[in-house]
Design a protein around this ligand. Sequence first.
Ligand code: ADP
Length: 489
Amino acid sequence: MNRDLAHQSIAVIGYGITGRACVRFLLSQQATVCVFDRDVNIQETVMSDTNVKVAVFEPDMSLSSFSIVIVSPGVNPHLPCFATYREQGGVLIGDIELFAWFNKTPLIGITGSNGKTTVTDMLGKVLKSAGLHVQLAGNYGKCAVDLLLEQAHKTTPLDIVVLELSSYQLEMTESLQLEFASILNITEDHLDRHGNFEAYKIAKQRIFTMAKNIVVCRDEVFSYPPTIELNEVGISNENTRICAEVGLLNSLTGYSVGEILVSDCLSNSNMDNCSSDLAQAIAEPCIQFNGTALFALSDLHLKGSHNYINIMIVLAICDQLSLDRELTIKAICDYKGLPHRFETIRVSTLKAADKTSTITWINDSKATNVGACQAALACFTKSDDYLVLIAGGDAKGVDLSPLKEVIDSQVNQLIVLGKDAHKFIQLIPNAIHVRNLQEAVATSLSLIQKADCANAVVLLSPACASLDMFVNYQDRGEIFASAVTEQMA
Ligand code: ADP
């Protein structure tokens, strides 16, 4: 493929944030650019001082006059016009492939159904704390191609770019070269776009063909390259090597969560090395490496098993980069997480007849699939706390039934809303159907009042996309938070 783009005729399909970044980059390379978008008003929004051609996108249009077609992540690349273009030998790529053609900075790639943004963001902060010049890009942070333009004008080059990669981006990418990569997990999502789980999984696992070193999660079978036996750190598959393994179960190898016994310390030949702080830390659950305690879970702001995995992935990559362990651990422990991801937004009290209930309100609006909701529910054990789950929205064609068991065992009352509320009701017939989040909050309060419990949790973890009722997941989370504030005032 000729990567000198000057005077090549290139189509950009979709004129959202990514499409615009691609156009900027292509123009900087003196390409001849034509933009297509479904929006018939697109003409008005395309940069008027450039000679970019603009047209309305039709799924069966001919693209044969273009030497390259760049498809935005939001556009389905399986539409007839793209299939025909490919059959004719056309070069159909996404923004990350365009970035890969020109990138010179070492890359770390993070993908998975859940946890990508948390890991990408945390990794960025930890790498920065080690003094590295880092940028986050891809599906989170900057558009990757914008980095190319920025780098061209900067005197200090970046040390590293952490790329969050979605399945949509990965399926349109092939020549990315990642120093390190990880698939955090793969659970059903986006089946409305990929068609079936297998196709979605294959799209995600494309990352293995582009990575030199991978960090795998023992608890997630799909985080291993399909041709590599499980639990074999150090072995390689053509160009890919498993460099580290993390997992929740206590293990003497790799990164794991352990209960370090005091006797581990007592057996140390030099008792003077065993400070009183360490003695206290090793009596608790902790993150460990090769069976040795590194830090206590109680030192972390992030909570929940899913976050312990995220943390171990970050730690493993930083160790592979030979960063100062102490600085890495400090930065990990300082990391506070991102809004809308299992975020405690308020702790309030409610007076019932003869008891005062303490209510913890958790906004997990970013839980847009079943896996994320399962991870949230796994943070609770059936105890005296009364747990209300608010779920529902657009399930994106996935099977919700894996939630049944965990809802039956952990949740005292399910409240549902949105397009696929009825699918939850088929699973959990006593679910309460509400019209909006204000009603969900009011219903939660009256349930907690009746339950007369000391502690209650109201968890918004929808397991569904938000677009049927809200602008996006942030909007859903903010409306939930406002409803809580209004009704608790
Ligand atoms: P993504 O970018 O992949 O959507 P986020 O970090 O934004 O991931 O988190 C999305 C949702 O997934 C949130 O509800 C969060 O609590 C949950 N989550 C985060 N990490 C994990 C994980 N490792 N496994 C399962 N769920 C996770």
